[in-house]
Design a protein around this ligand. Structure first.
Ligand SMILES: [Zn+2]
Length: 686
């Protein structure tokens, strides 16, 4: 059997629409015409409702209790996230494009069109970094039209589409001498062909939802329609698939949501079911988190990003099919995450070796891997679980990861990125945590797409009303399932302060429920409507407020922002005798350069915190783009004789000198000169 039945060059060109002059109005007309055409199956085309589709489109997902709202329906105003999002669009996205271009990632496409003699550069998954960057652009354009950025991206899309072969095959690595390796079992394991296409589809869908331009999306569909569906999947005449690096599953399901073509969902299900059709070694089954039925998994293991993406795809599959075996497995894996595997920052993946999960409770601090992509995968997975269940515990993980282990991944100036996000750092190690570029540059565009898509995570709708998940100055203009337009406006200084004013404005008076999230860290919360207190606020739950709402109603929320001293489960031996400090959704840390005691960097680890003491707060607008710092009583121990590895007969009391520790939010660490850092600080009882 021929691998990919080739389309004629002419037919290929006729299907490869030009990006150049694709106006929004023209697309709307075209989409409507396609959907109405008796000769064109609607299921094979992107939908015409692209403007209404959220980060993921759950509008027709039968097992989604919560539905997403469009990214463009929520405007984040000046507060905590606006400056970060502004930096993302003005500094990160443009500078990352330069990095990608300068490192030959666009030349990889252009050389296939003979527009450059440059050699192929980068690992087998390099195409995905371009696609993920395009996804970031797609989300950014959903918030704000940016003609220059759009024009630049259109040019890149043209180059990508031009590199697609008439068969629909598209990959800049498996060409020339590498072409015979395409989709061989060994290539499927490690070659990332489907991973690349998965990111192409995600990027294309985000861009389509921003602009209505299906050019890139149709390129992705040509790969799936012409290369995959006729040749791979169930059936005796087809070849088997293994994901290798899970990603394709959630992308195929989003493609199903975007087009209505059930074949995409079924192919994702086939891949998730992955049995021994391409037998993998046991070590690969663990590392790649594929190769056996997803529903046979009992714990998180192996490569953390692969595991998180597999969980995303499996949750998407549940949202569409309602298969209870998937929900059962997903809940079991989530319990494993929450009880054994997640850092206090929401980061996951303890080991550098294999970028992988460790054993239960294996959560080292300085050696923590905590890849930015894995924390993002954790957020993406919990977003899907939240939609499936409506359970606030998933929103808590989203918030924890977002404010800490994800937000730490991008520098304050938006041009440096963490691949690893350790919870302790020795400045003398020479380990440079923030860098502008990585040869495997998965994390930077992943951080960019996350910040760009953030408005889409603030709210959901349900049959009986609307859910409020995240808090920041913002406005949502969207509609209830009844069709009634509604505006929700938040005014707050969250997360620096714990009060939120939420103005509710339905277009007409109506009875429905507003579910406000009470974060798990807020032990004393109050909620009122029009000045009258509402009972029942419980930490870690949504408080449903059902009543007739009219345009002048105001909900006031007050969360408990008292700094909390956190201890880890004793089984986490790396945190034995240590505490962390959290205030609201944010985890804090100490950096050497903020401490007043004159210890050398090498002596940084001599600091300890007082276990039972008052923590005071101070907002410093001039520090780290404006942060609230905490002062906590502590001490430091005098250095031992330089040559002594061990000393006898000393007590902590003898050695300690009182001081104050100054803590900053973890996300802001490593934004000044090189400095040691730790989240988990040793404590003394006095
Ligand atoms: Zn990454």
């Amino acid at each position: 059997m021929k691998l990919f039945p080739a389309l004629s060059r002419r037919r290929f060109l006729s299907t490869a629409a030009s990006t150049a002059a694709y106006s929004l109005v023209a697309h709307r007309r075209a989409a409507a015409a396609l959907l109405n055409s008796p000769n064109q199956a609607a299921s094979a085309e992107p939908s015409g409702k692209w403007m209404d589709e959220g980060v993921i489109d759950l509008s027709n997902s039968p097992h989604a209790r919560l539905k997403t709202v469009p990214v463009r329906s929520v405007t984040i105003r000046d507060g905590f996230w606006l400056p970060r999002r502004k930096t993302n669009v003005e500094a990160s996205i443009p500078s990352m494009r330069d990095e990608l271009v300068n490192h030959g990632r666009m030349n990889n496409f252009l050389r296939l069109e003979k527009k450059t003699d440059a050699p192929q550069q980068g690992p087998v998954y390099s195409d995905s970094d371009i696609y993920k960057w395009m996804e970031a652009v797609g989300f950014a354009l959903q918030s704000e039209p940016q003609p220059a950025l759009r024009s630049t991206t259109e040019g890149m899309i043209q180059a990508v589409v031009a590199a697609q072969e008439p068969s629909g095959y598209l990959n800049t690595y498996y060409v020339g001498d590498h072409a015979p390796q395409r989709m061989l079992p060994a290539t499927q394991e490690t070659g990332h062909e489907l991973y690349n296409i998965g990111h192409l589809l995600q990027g294309a869908i985000a861009y389509f939802r921003a602009t209505g331009d299906p050019t890139l999306l149709k390129a992705g569909m040509r790969f799936v329609d012409n290369c995959l569906l006729p040749n791979y999947g169930p059936g005796p005449d087809k070849k088997p698939i293994v994901a290798g690096h899970p990603e394709i599953e959630m992308s195929l399901i989003e493609l199903y949501r975007t087009t209505g073509n059930r074949q995409y969902l079924d192919l994702a299900g086939y891949i998730l079911h992955g049995n021994e059709r391409i037998p993998l070694k046991q070590s690969a089954i663990v590392y790649m988190f594929c190769g056996i039925p997803f529903t046979s998994r009992t714990k998180l293991e192996g490569h953390a990003v692969r595991a998180m993406y597999a969980c995303c795809g499996a949750t998407d599959y549940y949202l569409e099919t309602g298969d209870p075996a998937y929900l059962k497995t997903l809940n079991a894996l989530w319990e494993d995450l929450h009880k054994h595997q997640m850092y206090i920052t929401g980061g996951v993946g303890a080991r550098s070796e294999g970028e992988s999960f460790g054993e239960a409770y294996e959560l080292p601090n300085a050696r923590a891997y905590g890849e930015s992509c894995a924390a993002i995968g954790n957020m993406m997975w919990n977003w899907r679980m939240l939609a499936a269940t409506g359970d606030a515990r998933h929103a808590d993980v989203i918030e924890r990861a977002l404010y800490n282990g994800i937000n730490s991944g991008m520098s304050l100036d938006g041009k440096l990125y963490c691949y690893r996000n350790p919870l302790a750092h020795d400045a003398s190690s020479g380990d440079k945590i923030r860098n502008p570029w990585y040869d495997t540059t998965c994390c930077p565009p992943n951080l960019e797409r996350t910040l760009a898509s953030l408005p889409g995570y603030f709210y959901s709708t349900a049959d009986d009303g609307v859910y409020v998940h995240l808090y920041d100055n913002s406005e949502m203009k969207w509609k209830l399932h009844s069709g009634t337009p509604i505006t929700l406006t938040q005014e707050t200084k969250y997360p620096w302060e714990g009060t939120v004013r939420l103005a509710v404005k339905p277009a007409k008076a109506d009875e429905f429920t507003i579910y406000v999230r009470i974060p798990s860290w807020s032990q004393n919360s109050t909620v009122s409507v029009n000045g009258k207190e509402v009972d029942g606020a419980k930490a870690g739950r949504y408080l449903p407020i059902r009543r007739p709402w009219s345009a002048t109603d105001v909900i006031k929320l007050r969360f408990d922002m008292t700094p909390q001293v956190i201890r880890a489960n004793p089984a986490v031996t790396d945190d034995t005798g240590r505490i962390a400090v959290q205030r609201g959704p944010r985890v804090f840390c100490i950096e050497q350069l903020d401490q007043t005691a004159g210890l050398t960097p090498a002596d940084f680890y001599r600091y300890s915190a007082r276990l039972q003491s008052e923590t005071t707060e101070h907002y410093d607008p001039n520090l780290l783009d404006g942060v609230l710092t905490l002062q906590h009583p502590g001490s430091y121990s005098a250095p031992q004789p330089a040559d002594a590895l061990y000393s006898a007969n000393v007590t902590a009391k003898d050695q300690d000198t009182a001081t104050f520790l100054k803590l900053i939010p973890y996300y802001a660490w490593a934004n000044r000169e090189e400095s040691s850092m730790q989240v988990w600080i040793p404590y003394v009882r006095a």
